[in-house]
Design a protein around this ligand. Sequence first.
Ligand SMILES: Cc1cc2nc3c(=O)[nH]c(=O)nc-3n(C[C@H](O)[C@H](O)[C@H](O)COP(=O)(O)OP(=O)(O)OC[C@H]3O[C@@H](n4cnc5c(N)ncnc54)[C@H](O)[C@@H]3O)c2cc1C
Ligand code: FES
Length: 311
Amino acid sequence: MGRCGRLLKGRKRVPVPARSKEQGARSGGDGRVLAPFGRRRTEVVANEVTGGYRIVTALDAEGPAPAAGQFYMLAGERGWGGGGERPFLPRAFSVAEAADSPDGIRLSFLLEDVGPGTGELARLERGDGLLLTGPLGRPFSPPRELNAEAEGAILVGGGIGLAPLALWRRRLAERGVPERSLLGFRDREHSGGLELFRCSEVRLASEDGHAGHRGYVTDLLAVMLQGDGARTAAVYACGPPAMLEAVRGLCAARGVQAELAMESPMACGFGACFGCAMPLRGGGYIRLCVDGPVVRASAVETALVAGAGHR
Ligand SMILES: Cc1cc2nc3c(=O)[nH]c(=O)nc-3n(C[C@H](O)[C@H](O)[C@H](O)COP(=O)(O)OP(=O)(O)OC[C@H]3O[C@@H](n4cnc5c(N)ncnc54)[C@H](O)[C@@H]3O)c2cc1C
Ligand code: FES
């Protein structure tokens, strides 16, 4: 076990408040943690710059600990829906970090300011109210559920898509499951959040060559899946649709089992509006908010979802 694994094993666990434990035990039967009914107020405890992104952390006194891959619908207590101005609907964010504290769960979100919603969230200050619903959706499955011969996990993140993989990496390390992380960025302005991967074996790629391999993160994945690598691999990916589609194609060509954390425009986040419907291979549709956002790569014909995805 690496230094990081030993540190995590020896880490003193802070007791979870009674309500969290009770609600954390509520499971949808597929590893997902069920959200308490309704929207609740949390308090922002940090908002930090990380490269071109921000990490916003809020203290959730009531909620259960989320599973990696799940997401929350977020809205600022102020600056949201006032006077008919956008943003009106809450916005979906993967949880990047969830840490027990004596006062509740500290939830961290990695976000990129791309519009009115993310702009308001990026401006939140310590003490501000953050309204959230969640945790929502299906989480990642353990490597051995994807591939009985899996010797560990390969995590492939593109840009802001590293967010859900950060929490998955931590959960795998806590269980002593070996993982390797491949992270790719477009350029310096569209990169950040690497501190969420501390203690991890990380290989970097960047399109402008500012960090690691000059090129796509999928170049690194292709090398890793050569030879015996494919037989014992379980791949987890999150990133822009073009990257996810490349991961899906690579894995399909090599017979590698993979899960993709996907995005689509989400108005409600809990199955009511059907705005997030996406087609399945062989017919039929799923609602990505309740049947995803983590889906088996083999279940979809393409990862190119219309209207979704940071470039
Ligand atoms: C399950 C899920 C998890 C997500 N996790 C994260 C996360 O961890 N960090 C993060 O920064 N963002 C995440 N997103 C994307 C985030 O929800 C959008 O960036 C946000 O809704 C944009 O809102 P806005 O008002 O700032 O911009 P808008 O004005 O709504 O959009 C501005 C631009 O952002 C892009 N965009 C809009 N909606 C989405 C979307 N749903 N997905 C991708 N791109 C979009 C479009 O290119 C659009 O032109 C996630 C989305 C989903 C569905
Ligand atoms: S976002 Fe409303 S059904 Fe999925």
